[in-house]
Design a protein around this ligand. Structure first.
Ligand SMILES: [Zn+2]
Ligand SMILES: [Zn+2]
Length: 275
């Protein structure tokens, strides 16, 4: 039996004879059902005309994701540390070439995912790579394909490997998580942020939303909470949701300036009236 995948968001459901009636993730206000209706596919179908592309951002960090793009445009990040490799976030597409390349790069000690829009085909990835996947327990109800390899972690931070920390920021989802690697950016630190801290189109700021497709902002309280959660960590570089969304330098200062800008926009103090 095929395990159907939603073409709009990339979420995979348990094996079934016919596709699910609806995609729970797309029906919820943070996502959307396309105007043409819900569509379904399978990994077998995707493998006909897709492959995984890799991009090296810096020594130790690769971005990877399907070409052509699929669903929300998810891409994963391979973080290669002296103590083991972490795969950050997940894409719906996986094939033998993807697995063999990852194995050749040292394998994957664990997968960690920022929030439910990246859960995608996690069960296929953990099975193929022989590892566990870490998701925050606060978002457990959004797991559409329960699996023995899921580890639901709790609390505000979780140490995955020496120097690699999961940080629960909340916001976009209650369990919204980012990954901090102290050894990245030549020891100045990097953050992989998914769209928990969403890098803006000009690659100069980050911003924050409950729903990106439906333009539902977060409250000031939630955004200040994100800033406080990140406060103990220093970082130079932020890798965002898409391949080309990267803030190379002064990541921590960019986050602080972005929070200030966001709060000023909410309060109506960002600019003189009439401008
Ligand atoms: Zn969906
Ligand atoms: Zn999302």
């Amino acid at each position: 039996m095929p395990a159907f995948i939603c073409t709009a968001c990339g979420t995979q459901y348990p094996p079934s004879d016919v596709p699910p009636k609806q995609c729970v993730i797309c029906e919820e206000e943070r996502q959307y059902v396309p105007p043409g209706g819900q569509g379904w596919t399978t990994l077998e179908r995707l493998r006909v005309d897709r492959q995984t592309a890799f991009r090296q951002y810096e020594p130790g960090i690769f971005g990877l994701g399907p070409q052509p793009n699929f669903a929300i445009g998810q891409r994963a990040v391979l973080v290669r540390t002296p103590n083991g490799n972490i795969l950050w976030d997940c894409t719906a597409f996986i094939d033998d070439a993807t697995v063999e390349i990852l194995e050749a790069l040292g394998g994957v000690a664990a997968i960690a995912i920022s929030h439910p829009h990246f859960y995608t085909t996690h069960a296929e990835w953990t099975r193929a790579l022989g590892c566990k996947v870490y998701m925050h327990a606060a978002d457990a109800k959004w797991v559409m394909r329960p699996d023995v390899n899921i580890v639901h972690w709790e609390g505000d931070t979780h140490s995955l490997l020496p120097g690699v920390t999961l940080i629960r920021c909340g916001g976009h989802f209650p369990g919204g998580t980012v990954l901090h690697w102290a050894g990245g950016a030549q020891g100045r630190g990097v953050v992989c942020s998914g769209d928990i801290l969403s890098i803006t189109t000009d690659n100069k700021f980050v911003s924050f939303m409950r729903s990106y497709p439906n333009f539902i902002p977060l409250s000031g309280r939630e955004v200040v909470h994100i800033q406080r959660a990140m406060q103990p960590f220093s970082f130079e570089t932020i890798y965002g949701h898409y391949m080309d969304r990267v803030i190379r330098h002064n990541g921590k200062a960019v986050l602080d300036a972005s929070v200030t800008r966001y709060i000023a926009a909410l309060n109506g103090t960002a600019r003189p009236e009439g401008e």
